[in-house]
Design a protein. Structure first.
Length: 364
């Protein structure tokens, strides 16, 4: 199929000379060369500090889920639920934790590590870094003349960058993103498709005739190394700033209202909603569809479960909360156990009431 590739090796110089007059073909060549990159189990183990069990010369050139692995793939096992697949997978190499004891032999070469999940993340980062990075402004993007764009920035098609926006070096703005006027984006930020940064906060004052709009005069500040998922909205502040601090990771479809603040390295799953002026601390973890009332403070390293409703300030570092309203998990599960019994308890109480009434009548 690819007749211009020698069988044993790729002579980059000759191939580039062959295609130097055809830029499209050269791009295709670079992609194909990337696909042919291979690594041995020994090379991977040396890179991540692992120990090989099996064929140290086993070769891989791509990643796969353990249940879908085939020859030439590397995969990993970190969740015990997937343990049965390690005996069935056709993947050539599996990353696995040191402390996992297998019940029977496996066909794949194993690389033992302290934390398989962390190691596969490291490998994926290395793999992604080997790809050519997009830079520049796509012809179908709009960037205002007064916007300040840093070095090695990529702005995808149909993206809008408004007046006086500042975007730091190495940032990637994917297609169909809207960044309203005055917003500031740091270095090495990634904003995925469809996100809106700096739209008006939801501010309306009721009066006798309906609602009067409150002008939103502030901006949004997104610090360095933040990643924002697709179709996430970060509203501008009424006054001052809505701030997403360094290292924050936001999933898809998240709503960050006006004047909110998210502390460093906090992560949020999809469909989280924050009402105005909520302050969330650093290193917090928030499950999907959790909601936060306005004007509350969440302490550093607070862990919020999925669909939790946080309506008041949290107590301190390391607190775990689930349920709506959000409470301690132990109390929540005890309450859940009681809740299941309520219908039967109701019947018992009704029967007791009937007996009491009958006793009263008989006594009379």
């Amino acid at each position: 199929m690819y007749s211009y590739f020698p069988k044993k090796y790729v002579n980059i110089t000759s191939v580039i000379n062959e295609f130097k007059k055809n830029f499209v073909s050269l791009q295709r060549l670079l992609k194909l060369t990337h696909l042919f990159m291979e690594f041995t189990a020994k090379q991977i183990a040396d890179f991540i500090g692992g120990r090989v069990e099996g064929n140290e010369n086993a070769r891989v050139n791509t990643f796969a889920k353990i249940e879908e692995g085939k020859e030439g793939d590397i995969t990993f096992l970190s969740n015990p639920k997937y343990t049965p697949y390690i005996y069935e997978t056709k993947a050539s190499i599996v990353l696995i934790n040191d402390d996992v004891e297998l019940e029977k032999p496996v066909s794949a070469t194993l690389i033992r590590v302290k934390n398989a999940y962390e190691c596969v993340a490291k490998l994926l980062q290395m793999y992604a870094a080997s790809k050519p990075k997009k830079t520049g402004v796509h012809p179908l993007a709009f960037v205002a003349e007064t916007a300040e764009i840093g070095k090695d920035v990529y702005i995808g098609p149909f993206t809008y960058v408004g007046d006086d926006v500042k975007i730091g070096d190495g940032t990637v703005i994917n297609p169909n993103v809207t960044i309203y006027e005055g917003c500031q984006i740091g270095k090495n930020v990634t904003i995925h498709a469809g996100s809106v940064i700096g739209a008006d906060g939801f501010g309306f004052a009721p009066n006798q005739e309906g609602y009067e709009k409150i002008p939103q005069l502030g901006i949004v500040i997104i610090e360095d190394d933040v990643e924002i998922g697709a179709n996430t909205c970060v509203d501008r502040s009424t006054m001052g700033q809505t701030v997403i601090h360094k290292g924050v990771k936001l999933d898809n479809l998240i709503q960050v209202a006006h004047n909110c603040e998210i502390g460093e390295n906090t992560v949020m799953s999809a469909q989280v909603g924050m009402a105005g002026s909520t302050k969330i601390g650093a290193w917090c973890m928030v499950g999907g569809q959790a909601g936060f009332s306005g004007h509350i403070k969440v302490a550093d390293k607070t862990f919020i479960g999925a669909q939790a409703g946080v309506i008041s300030n949290t107590k301190g570092d390391g607190e775990q909360l689930i349920g709506a309203p959000a409470i301690d998990p132990k109390i929540f599960f005890k309450s859940s156990a009681v809740f299941k019994k309520l219908p039967e308890m109701y019947k018992e109480i009704a029967a007791l009431r009937k007996e009491i009434e009958e006793l009263k009548i008989n006594k009379i």
